[in-house]
Design a protein around this ligand. Structure first.
Ligand code: ARG
Length: 441
């Protein structure tokens, strides 16, 4: 029973939040005259001492004391004697743990937000450096149209901005204080829930005592946001793995973010990127774990809910580490413009530019232009040359409306520079997007 019941091995991570919750609670009990001032002062001083002890020597685990809440209360009794027993007036571990955990998740959101801001800043600075660097843009992992590397990196800035807004949204919704719901039904003591909510930085107390102690939406939302961020990091990780592979050679990993092989001395493996990709799978597992834990629980608290913490702690650790590793990689990767530009021109990536030219300059309907371009691509393919190298006479044999002016649009640089629609890849638009994102950051 002791072994299955104890949560102290993991919930000791809540000690700061548990003590903060108790400080707010005891101050309120004193102000409301529910306990006398001398006891309230003694309890507050004792809690401060415990915080100092935990900060310096850590939490000394005792499985018989079950969880962090009982550890703090037991230590308080050792320090100040029987007055410690008054701290638990008008509350229960059910509202206590709900409060501590919300405070912890709120701090976690703030830390993740800092990580996402640093990641965005790293992407922005590399994007600015490469706003004009040509690379192939892919669909189906087939070369589609040339784009700029800056534009590609800015796609991840857009994802990170959504991630931050998602976390901020979850934070705003969860910022209500369950303290005072007591075991499940509220309390007969004249408590002041607005005061404790305010003291702990919550916007207001939670509205329903049953929901207060049985709700773990905030943890699930945190995991959901974390999963989405992990998914984005995983996509970039996958690109880094592909780009670092020799047939691509788009990037070279710094020594600091690659590893060697135990038997192949030439290897430079993208382990950090692979682990970020792998961690995103574990993040999905954490979300699923808590959703499944919660789905069958009747109101209000059930002990199953003690299992809410390990997946949230694990997810936070995985995400914080993934963000740090990815930020470091983005900052230190070497981008290789040569192989990127060479690949950008391969695969007849400016075929759309030829079709668009026919539409614009020769007033050919797009579907017909698409057909003519297909024939030009086949001619280039048969001759083993690029689209820009097909002689004019051959292009004119396919369609006499083609003139020498067409060669102005067939280079990858011209193609990229022409894509000036809002949100497009032209360097002029990319520079604007970077400036806007920097201002937002
Ligand atoms: N360690 C418990 C948890 O994490 C604290 C709440 C215990 N409440 C109870 N009624 N046994 O959920």
């Amino acid at each position: 029973m002791r072994d299955i019941n104890a949560s102290i091995p993991f919930d000791k991570r809540l000690w700061r939040q548990d003590i903060a919750g108790s400080q707010a609670h005891v101050a309120m009990l004193g102000t409301q005259g529910i306990i006398d001032a001398a006891d309230a002062d003694a309890i507050a001083a004792g809690l401060t001492t415990i915080a100092h002890e935990y900060d310096t020597v850590g939490v000394v685990e005792n499985l018989d004391l079950e969880d962090i809440h009982m550890h703090v209360e037991t230590r308080l009794a050792e320090l100040i004697g029987p007055a410690a027993g008054r701290l638990h007036t008008a509350r229960s571990r059910n509202d206590q743990v709900a409060t501590s955990f919300r405070l912890w998740v709120r701090d976690a959101i703030d830390a993740v937000d800092d990580g996402l801001a640093a990641f965005s800043a790293a992407l922005l600075s590399r994007a600015a450096e490469h706003a004009e660097t040509i690379m192939p843009g892919f669909t189906h992992l087939q070369i589609a149209q040339p784009v700029t590397l800056g534009h590609h990196l800015m796609a991840y800035v857009a994802m990170a901005a959504r991630d931050r807004s998602r976390f901020a949204d979850a934070r705003a919704r969860m910022n209500e204080c369950p303290l005072g719901a007591a075991a499940l039904a509220g309390t007969g003591f004249p408590i002041d829930r607005d005061a404790t909510a305010k003291a702990l930085g919550f916007d207001r107390p939670t509205a329903n005592s049953l929901d207060s102690v049985s709700d773990r939406d905030f943890a699930i939302e945190f995991l959901s946001c974390a999963t989405m961020t992990g998914l984005h990091l995983s996509r970039l990780a996958e690109e880094i793995v592909i780009w670092a592979s020799q047939p691509y050679g788009f990037v070279t990993l710094p020594d600091a973010f690659s590893t060697g092989s135990s038997i192949m001395p030439q290897k430079r493996n993208p382990d950090a990127a692979e682990l970020v990709r792998g961690h995103s799978g574990r993040l999905i597992g954490c979300l699923t774990a808590l959703q499944v834990t919660m789905k069958g629980l009747p109101l209000a608290y059930s002990k199953d809910m003690q299992d809410d913490k390990p997946p949230v702690f694990e997810a936070f650790d995985l995400l914080a580490l993934s963000l740090a590793a990815m930020t470091g990689m983005v900052e230190t990767l070497t981008f290789n413009p040569g192989p990127m530009a060479a690949a950008a021109g391969a695969g007849f990536s400016t075929a759309t530019d030829l079709a668009d030219w026919l539409v614009r300059e020769a007033k050919v309907p797009f579907r017909e232009a698409h057909h003519i371009t297909g024939r030009a691509v086949r001619a280039a393919e048969a001759a083993g040359i690029g689209l820009a190298d097909v002689p004019l006479v051959e292009l004119q044999a396919i369609d006499p409306r083609i003139t020498a002016q067409v060669f102005d649009v067939l280079s990858v640089e011209k193609s990229v520079a022409s894509r000036v629609s809002f949100g497009g890849t032209a360097p002029v638009r990319v520079h604007e997007a970077i400036a806007a994102a920097k201002a937002a950051l």
